[in-house]
Design a protein around this ligand. Structure first.
Ligand SMILES: NC(=O)c1ccc[n+]([C@@H]2O[C@H](COP(=O)([O-])OP(=O)(O)OC[C@H]3O[C@@H](n4cnc5c(N)ncnc54)[C@H](OP(=O)(O)O)[C@@H]3O)[C@@H](O)[C@H]2O)c1
Length: 277
């Protein structure tokens, strides 16, 4: 049976770059909300020799995620899911919007795909090093389990927290950090749950990367760059390679952790460079 790799948010950025590092014997399905982006991505992948398909999907809708699962399943056995779909504070939208896409979207993707995946398969959820910037006392971790039992209350509680920040961008930034902190927590939770079925779950947290999103966030997100080891942004292809290797079946013992792929900026800020400056 053909093996299928599904990449949400695969029409651009690090999701599309990850596809390029997947083994060529996998069928690649890239998804997102904008068909024109997906078509361009599929053309790029086909030119590189991949069998690739585009399927629109809004990960903030469970029904839409179910349709993506059904489409991918019609092509073969789903062995790899890279969940790279996400929105950031500098984009249009509200804190609620950010939480629904980044946090609830991850719940829908993990839950719906894991229902049809078999032992030896893998889900990689893309988080962010923003997950690490908030002091722990401010993170409403007790509200996290609500994402599976009472979505509305979950979003309400996290939106309320994010409104503590002053200014529209700051509130969206707070919601973004909370959404990504949730992704790290949720991927770990799923890893221990799905691990019993042989499905591996890992999250990967990029630092500031020069994708469309990263370039939009450069002004605010760039504050961490001086703390990175090489004091530079990451390249989309570097993150694509990192995602593809984490998603590689040969990495079978990498599970239940977050891979912080941020050029060292989080550690630089917290431990090292801060002391030097
Ligand atoms: N670039 C950075 O500096 C950075 C840093 C840390 C973490 N990240 C995370 O890395 C991931 C990939 O981002 P990127 O940097 O590669 O940026 P990107 O090029 O903007 O990729 C994000 C993709 O997600 C898709 N998307 C957005 N909302 C969606 C939804 N509701 N349903 C399905 N797809 C959706 C977008 O396509 P449509 O708009 O067409 O749907 C887009 O193709 C995101 O989760 C982001 O939060 C990025």
């Amino acid at each position: 049976m053909a093996k299928v790799c599904v990449i949400t948010g695969g029409g651009s950025g690090m999701g599309l770059e990850a596809a390029k590092f997947m083994p060529k014997d996998k069928i690649i399905v890239i998804s997102g909300r904008t068909m024109s982006k997906l078509e361009n991505g599929v053309n790029e992948l086909k030119a590189l020799g991949f069998e690739a398909y585009a399927k629109t999907c809004d990960t903030s809708s469970r029904e839409s995620v179910k349709e993506l699962v059904e489409f991918a399943q019609s092509l073969g056995e789903i062995t790899n899911v890279i969940n790279s779909a996400g929105v950031s504070p500098a984009m249009k939208g509200t804190p609620e919007n950010i939480l629904k896409i980044n946090a609830l979207g991850t719940v829908y993707v993990n839950q719906e795909f894991s229902k049809v995946m078999n032992a030896g398969s893998v889900i990689v959820d893309v988080s962010s090093n923003s997950a690490y910037v908030l002091p722990s006392f401010i993170i409403p971790k007790k509200a996290y389990p609500l994402a599976e039992t009472n979505e509305e209350l979950f979003v309400q509680k996290l939106v309320k927290k994010s409104k503590l920040a002053k200014g529209e961008y700051q509130q969206k930034g707070f919601a973004y950090s909370l959404s990504k902190n949730f992704v790290v927590w949720y991927a770990k939770k799923c890893a221990f749950e799905y691990g019993l079925k042989g499905i591996r779950v890992v999250s990967l947290s990029p630092g500031l990367i020069a994708t469309d999103m990263g370039n939009l966030e450069k002004e605010e997100g760039g504050m961490l760059i001086p703390f990175a080891c090489e004091e530079r942004m990451g390249k989309p292809e570097e993150l694509g390679f990192a995602l593809a290797t984490v998603a590689d079946e040969r990495n079978g013992y990498l599970a239940g952790v977050d891979v912080l792929c941020d050029g060292g900026s989080t550690n630089g800020m917290k431990e090292f460079k801060k002391k030097k400056k």
